[in-house]
Design a protein around this ligand. Structure first.
Ligand SMILES: NC(=O)c1ccc[n+]([C@@H]2O[C@H](COP(=O)([O-])OP(=O)(O)OC[C@H]3O[C@@H](n4cnc5c(N)ncnc54)[C@H](O)[C@@H]3O)[C@@H](O)[C@H]2O)c1
Length: 345
């Protein structure tokens, strides 16, 4: 029987890149769910013809290998839980789902994390229902995206920042994560371990650092800075002093690493995904402005939220355990984003 994979949040940044990749690299069926609260309708980004619709479900691709369900993922989870023949009215026979990727979440960048923390806390509700369901359904493999925001913030200050290693999250001695977003991810990681240990589900957790890509929403720094450089903004505004830094990693590298990690890690434990390189926002502006061929004056916006000072990772464990490292250099990745920004101008 043809395999069926499920991608929640499949119209968001990471989710749609995963849907496109699965469609391109496999002959399997893919069901993806998104309430489009943030995500973009697949007709805008999927290179496959739109087919028939039944209720809130729409097929894509000439062979109807892709199925988009527009709904709150929690409703779908309840449907899947109540009715094992959930897909039957859509003409699909599905006994067990294969790979399940759970990207549905309220994320939204720094402005949302600091500006509406209780809305972000709703991730706890989405994740709790998700883990409850996987422990009943037991899909072949599960990917849970945690985040670098789960790391203790006292390891990311201006004076004490370190390259964060997987062991810096220790459930026996917890540090304070980054706002409700970090708390929900820590809780998710804990539930992932419970799912593996008590219910025998194969779960892999990842902690991506700052993922970016050509098609990312402009509420995120990399595409926003690229767009402003393409317009040759001068003075060039930066949130905070601009000396705060992150570990930027291209989405293609993130998804490459996911593939390797899911083949190797099944006990719910988490790995970092980053470049292991700290880059300040001023450096990012400099690279983009070099690509645009000008040197603006930098204008710090000190009233804007900036989060922790320095967040970057140590990739030694991933190199040793998975033999994996990122392939797309920061300069190459930013060039791709810049070229896209120029096209959009
Ligand atoms: N992008 C990164 O660099 C990064 C880094 C660390 C972790 N992550 C994690 O990866 C996951 C995806 O992140 P993203 O950057 O793609 O975010 P995103 O906001 O682009 O995508 C999330 C998607 O989930 C959808 N959604 C939200 N609530 C939903 C619900 N109740 N039901 C159905 N759909 C819902 C949104 O419409 C959106 O399309 C998140 O869990 C995020 O925490 C991402």
């Amino acid at each position: 029987m043809q395999k069926v994979h499920l991608v929640s949040g499949g119209c968001g940044f990471v989710g749609r890149n995963m849907v496109k990749r699965l469609f391109r690299k496999t002959q399997d069926r893919i069901v993806f769910i998104d309430d489009l609260s943030v995500g973009t309708h697949p007709s805008n980004w999927l290179d496959a013809p739109q087919g028939r619709s039944i209720g809130n479900a729409t097929f894509f691709g000439s062979d109807e290998r892709l199925l988009f369900i527009q709904d709150d993922f929690r409703n779908v989870l309840r449907g899947l839980h109540d009715a094992p023949g959930f897909f039957a009215p859509l003409g699909w026979e599905v006994d067990k789902l294969s790979d399940v990727f759970h990207f549905a979440a309220i994320v939204g960048g720094r402005a949302k994390i600091d500006g509406d923390p209780m809305m972000v806390a709703l991730d706890l509700s989405i994740d709790a229902e998700f883990f409850y369901w996987i422990c009943r359904h037991k899909p072949a493999r599960v990917l849970y995206p945690s985040s670098s925001a789960a790391y203790p913030i006292d390891l990311q200050t201006e004076s004490d920042a370190i390259a964060l290693s997987e062991k810096d999250i220790n459930f026996d001695r917890m540090g304070k994560p980054d706002m409700t977003y970090g708390w929900s991810k820590l809780t998710g990681e804990y539930l992932a371990q419970i799912s593996a240990q008590y219910y025998g589900v194969k779960v892999t957790c990842i902690r991506p650092f700052s993922g970016y890509g050509e098609d990312q929403d402009l509420s995120y720094p990399i595409p926003a800075i690229a767009a402003r450089a393409a317009r040759r903004e001068d003075p060039f505004e930066v949130w905070g002093s601009g000396n705060q830094g992150r570990d930027f990693v291209h989405i293609d590298d993130v998804l490459d690493c996911v593939e390797v990690a899911m083949d190797t890690i099944h006990d719910g434990s988490a790995i970092n995904i980053g470049m292991g390189r700290l880059s300040s926002f001023r450096e990012i502006i400099e690279i983009f402005c070099r690509l645009a061929g000008y040197q603006p004056t930098i204008k710090p916006l000190l009233d804007k939220p900036v989060g922790v000072h320095s967040r970057y990772c140590n990739m030694d464990y991933v190199k040793e355990k998975l033999g994996w490292e990122a392939k797309i250099s920061l300069e190459e990745g930013l060039r791709r984003v810049y070229n896209e920004a120029i096209k959009r101008l």
